[in-house]
Design a protein. Sequence first.
Length: 384
Amino acid sequence: MMYKVLLADDERIILEGISSMIQWHSFGASLVGAVQNGMEAYQLILRERPHIVISDIKMPGMGGLELIEKVSRDHPSIRFILLTGFGQFEYAKKAMAYGVRHYLLKPCNESHITASLASVISELKKEESAERVKSDLELVRPHIRKHALQELIKGGKKAAEGYLRFFPERQTIELILFALEDTGRLSALQKLAAGILGSSVIASVRMNDAVVFAAEPSELIAEKIDRVKKQTEKQFHAVPAAAVSGRGEIGDAASLYEKARGRLAKQLITASCQPSVLVRKMLDLIQREAANPKLSLKWAARNVLYMNPDYLGKLFKQDTGEKFSSYVTKVRIEKAIAMMKQKNGITISSLAEESGFGDNPKYFSLVFKKYTGYTPSEYRKEKS
């Protein structure tokens, strides 16, 4: 990059001399201005934002010290090289409070100026290099901490001591674990939970069939976990199991993980004995829409649940032990039987229509007989 330099000195001969004697481009620098007082220098600094200012200490209007004070307050990265007359070193001492390290005694020759200029540019390059390294480290830090957390959990405290340097010393954390029955959605869950848990998250990693977050302890963790559950149910029609380890040091991640994992396992066992949230929605939908002749797995998937019908059918069979269509038929026939008991004079056509078979009483009668062993008329006589 090209470093911008500004000159400020009330003596025109010095100003012109320095401007012309220095081969600015040989230093990777360009002279953006040469002014004779501090006020002009300050205005030019605001406009040009130079990297380096070569300034006299004593100037009319605004001296070098006042200029340094104003600029350092708002633009501390700008470097100053001060030109001082004999007996002005008391001023120079004051400038040191603002980090000024380069002083030249007037009259100064080319070699003194170029040496100072080269030194300041070298310092700027080192700072830029350090800043780039810091920036690169910030980019990779989440990945480093992710790997470090994984190793701390897997290896225990002794085996993973080398990874502790990637975290603040003796940092207090708590581990939060989330799990979903549909493990294919864990990555999406991890992203969703990270957004809700926010800046408290130190690192997160997938461990087997769960997502693990190492987070700074907070009184809001329970509230945030509840938000994760609600948002996951809204997006994926499933509520994740969640468990918190309790507080401990980052070096104890392995034991904290075991605690949380045990709590998570209990939740998963309980959940496995109950229909999933999505299947419960499907069961409610069948009860609600049983009289609708359009009710089918594809209709429910497309118009109500907005999900893949094959996936829904597989999940329904897995949780209930029945095919969706068979369950719908069973509910419709049971509703027809209930109506026959409630409405003695109801016709077969009305029964077919009100139980979801539309205007096809013949098909309704066939299905009814297959389910009960009787035609609707025979069933009515048998049960009356």
